[in-house]
Design a protein around this ligand. Structure first.
Ligand code: TYD
Length: 209
């Protein structure tokens, strides 16, 4: 059986990851490609518990390194128990955020050393890397405006605009260095964003063996 493809969707708050994942799901269903959708932090029982702690505001301040290690602890569990078994079983995996978010938020946003994040990446995921990553790029102010309409903010959404500017820059820098990324201008209309995602996804599907 052919191994499935691992797709990740990244972007700042309010970039429209959920609607993009819906479009990706529609395209895969339409093509009869078996897939699962999952998310980080989360995707396992343990991951979802830790997610609550990571996003909750009602706690003592968290050290950036603790935050990074918790992200990777969830990821180690997620890869071993969900992502790798599904891919080996021939299913495609669509993941809402992955390691790029750690580089963007804990590296760019919190200022942790990128080499530490690389080491954790090598340690926890020696083999698995996304086959394709969609970066939904949106100006920070616009993303935060959209996110604020969704209701109460989480611990990350309380950060200032400079935190998100640094995170956005890391997403864009990483996408420039690698062909396995598509950058979608998420400030466009929803219809245009959907068209762009479909175009990039269809071209990836054709190229994936
Ligand atoms: P998010 O996926 O944006 O969920 P929602 O759309 O429900 O708000 O929230 C997860 C938060 O976790 C987001 O602010 C980014 C952050 N995050 C990191 O800081 N590092 C990581 O490695 C991951 C996966 C997420």
């Amino acid at each position: 059986m052919n191994r499935g493809a691992f797709l990740t969707v990244e972007g700042l708050e309010g970039a429209g990851k959920s609607s993009s994942i819906n479009i990706i799901s529609e395209v895969l269903s339409h093509k009869n490609i078996p897939y699962i959708c999952t998310r980080e932090p989360g995707g396992t029982l343990l991951g979802e518990h830790v997610r609550k702690t990571l996003l909750s505001k009602s706690q003592e301040p968290m050290q950036p390194m603790t935050e990074l290690l918790l992200m990777f602890a969830c990821r180690a569990e997620h890869i071993t128990r969900v992502i790798e078994p599904q891919l080996s079983d021939g299913k495609w995996v669509v993941c809402d955020r992955f390691t790029d978010s750690s580089f963007a938020y804990q590296g760019g946003g919190r200022g942790l050393n990128f080499s530490v994040i690389h080491s954790l990446e090598t340690l926890t995921l020696p083999k698995i890397r996304p086959d394709h990553t969609f970066i939904l790029d949106v100006p920070v102010a616009e993303g935060l405006r959209r996110a604020s309409r969704r209701g109460e903010s989480d611990r990350f959404e309380q950060e200032d605009i400079n935190f998100f500017e640094r995170a956005r820059k890391v997403f864009l820098d990483r996408s420039r260095a690698n062909k396995a990324y598509s950058v979608v201008d998420a400030s466009n209309s929803e219809g245009q964003v959907q068209t762009d995602i479909k175009k990039y996804l269809e071209s990836f599907i054709k190229s994936f063996k």
